[in-house]
Structures are given as C-alpha cells and as structure tokens.
Design a protein around this ligand. Structure first.
Ligand SMILES: [Cu+2]
Length: 154
C-alpha cells in the first residue's frame, strides 16, 4: 500500500517537472525561418537564366534546410553556389543534394558571388520593376512564398 503511494508520488513529481519544463520552453521549439531583402537581377536580353537573392534567418532552436525552390518566371529552379576551381576561376554549381542548411540561431545570405536561387529556362526577360514570385521549400518549415522585385543593385 505505502509502496504504491510512494510510486504514485514519484510519478506525479516527474509529470509536474515535465509540465514545468515544457512550459518553460514557451513552445518555441524547432526552426523559425524569416526571409528578408529578396530581389532578383535583371536578365540580359538573350539570357536563358536569371538569379534571385535574399537573406534567410533561422531564429529557432533547431536547424532547418532549404531543399528546393520554384518560380513563376522559370521552368526550372535550383539552389546554386559559387566555387573557385583549381585555376582560380569562379564557377557556379548546384548545391550538393539541393540542401542548404540554415543553422539554428544563424543566417545564410544568398548574394552575388555566393549562394543564389538559379532561375533556369526563363519564360521571359526579367526587367526592372517586375516581381518574381518564389516558393522556397524548407525541410522542416515547409513551403514559404516570397516576392522578389527585379532590381539593379550597384
Ligand atoms: Cu547559378
């Protein structure tokens, strides 16, 4: 009898600690993705592809990853990065496995000369003032839609 009561007491204490622990976290578990300053570069007249940039911030406690993208102006959209080859020449290439980690409490800047969203097989020339509608796909946060204005930078 007394053993049963003791066990019950211990279980009750454990349950209470769990409840306190969960509420202390404020339910803010997981990644928390914020996208800022999206833009796309105007494309030269005969160009078949374009590029879009933005800052992806993760204010959450868990890593997330950008795993794909779509746009309304291109038939294909890939996550690219710039790399320097053995001859010191810069090339762009698709990010390995199309998976770009956005670390917890960190950010990744997509910018000219670095990571970018490659808009492949453009449906039309990208002109200043136009808006590119992008859908970014995240491993944990799901899909996010953003509007990237086409503008000249510098
Ligand atoms: Cu590219």
């Amino acid at each position: 009898m007394s053993v049963t009561i003791k066990r019950f007491g211990i279980i009750a204490i454990i349950l209470m600690l769990l409840v306190v622990g969960v509420s202390a976290c404020g339910g803010s578990k997981g990644p928390d993705i914020k996208i800022s300053n999206p833009w796309a570069r105007p494309s030269p007249k005969m160009a078949t592809s374009g590029a879009a940039y933005m800052i992806i911030e993760n204010k959450g406690k868990e890593d997330d990853a950008l795993i794909g993208a779509e746009s309304d102006v291109s038939n294909n959209t890939e996550i690219h990065e710039m790399v320097v080859d053995e001859n010191s020449v810069m090339h762009m290439k698709p990010v390995e496995g199309q998976r770009l980690t956005i670390p917890a409490r960190g950010k990744v800047e997509l910018k000219p000369g670095g990571y970018h969203i490659m808009l492949i097989n453009l449906k039309h020339q990208l002109k200043e003032g136009e808006i590119v509608h992008l859908t970014l796909k995240f491993e944990k946060s799901g899909e996010m839609k953003i509007d990237a204005p086409v503008k000249m930078v510098k």
